[in-house]
Ligand binder design. Sequence first.
Ligand SMILES: *Cc1c(COP(=O)(O)O)cnc(C)c1O
Length: 515
Amino acid sequence: MSTVEILRPTHNPVEFDISRSPTIPTTATTTATSTTSYHDFVQELLSSPNHLRLTAEGFSAESPSSASSTNGERLFPSLPPLHYGHSDLHLRKGIMNASHLASEGEVDAEKAFFVADLSKVYAQYRRWVSCLPEFKPYYAVKCNPDPFVLRLLAALGTGFDCASNNEISQVLQIGGSISPDRIIFANPCKALSFIRNSCKMGVDMMTFDNCDELYKVKRVHPNAKLVVRILTDDTKSLCQLGLKYGAPLSTVPGLLAKAKELDLNVIGVSFHVGSGCYDPSVYMDAIRRARSVFDMGLNAGYSFDLLDIGGGFEDGLFEQGAAVVKEAIDQYFPDRRGIRMIAEPGRFFVAKAFSLAANIIARRAPFPHPTCNWNEAAQQIDAEADQPSVMYYINDGVYGAFNCIMFDHQTVQPYVLSLDGSFHVPSTEIQTNCSVWGPTCDSIDCVCPSTRLPSSLRVGDWLGFDNMGAYTVCAASQFNGFEVSKVIYTTGGGAAATEVRNILAAFASASRQRG
Ligand SMILES: *Cc1c(COP(=O)(O)O)cnc(C)c1O
């Protein structure tokens, strides 16, 4: 494959051509119509009472002065502003903003960015409460320690699953009154200094799965409330955690006897069926095992009162998983008075809430014959071999937000946010086989080895990726000098937008009153 320079000479790749009055698809927002130009679009935003706060910020440079109320509301002084409106709207506004910055010659104006719709986190919380009302969720902070997500969940009354000192501090510092008993230190293998510190912070509840951990706890946090993490079947999950954690049932009686001998307080049982669990029936066996460990506890002289069913909940399988959990609980814990039941969902709360916009910064394509046009060239190659004929390079990759491809075994699907400088993507656009690559100089940095996208996409256009909230931002690195993509926050365009904002506003004002 050879490279070719096929940019139109008149076109500045990072400039978004607002004057061409491109159109916006009807699906974009409830206020936009298929014939809306950018100008009409912004006018509509300005005139719509629901979107009053948005104003024309899409065209203003991001600066500390954007703290003013016209640019979204700053509910929390230390955090970015919070906007109203559907995430699609903010993806487009972000692109227009990038275009404006690019026209001013700003370096990195076209940088990739996330849009987080907090109403989607709220919707998942409602779904949790309606399907699993008996289980208090302790959000797994490692999944996405986003400051707004943590505040919203705190305001809703969830607990938190922390795995390190920093995660504990982060939760305790979000304001409001996060009591340390809303935290479970759910890492079975902790540094001694972390255990000592959790004692100092008042975090008592923690998991263990080995004997050494008991000696460490005895030394520096003898009043800890211990939870034995057991091994369950994790073969039906994308990320199998049993390789690393979980006590096999055969070792549990010994562990409990040792804990008793050390005069430690073991209060219950936890497990994790693995992250990204695609067969929720595994909760049945896991809860059966937990039941048998409750009985082992009785034999060792403990009367457990905590059952922690961990994480692993998938958005698409949630109702099914919840049904299995309920059935298992009825079967194995028919009398559960006096037993506190909790879970540690991570992915479930945040996956859908974040979208990413990334800019096509480079393109590599077969060299078209001088007389043939780009589309025909791409099609011809497509026909010859079912191999990706075009390589698109975008400005976020597997060392950044797309680390989920490496660490979380995810595949991602791009869609076109803007094409040829317009938000309007005609359905007649010819698609081609292509691959999508990240910006670093490592060949492992492949976002999408094979997908179909319009062959007319070019440098400066934008791709969107949905479902980017879980295990993405948190593990992004700055390898090769590329920054971690920033987040634009909205409470969404739906009916819950105001409700979510009120919940956050009340939390913010409670935090301020407590100083
Ligand atoms: C990662 C993790 C979770 C969250 O898992 P999800 O699959 O994101 O729900 C919960 N508990 C523990 C102990 C974890 O390590």
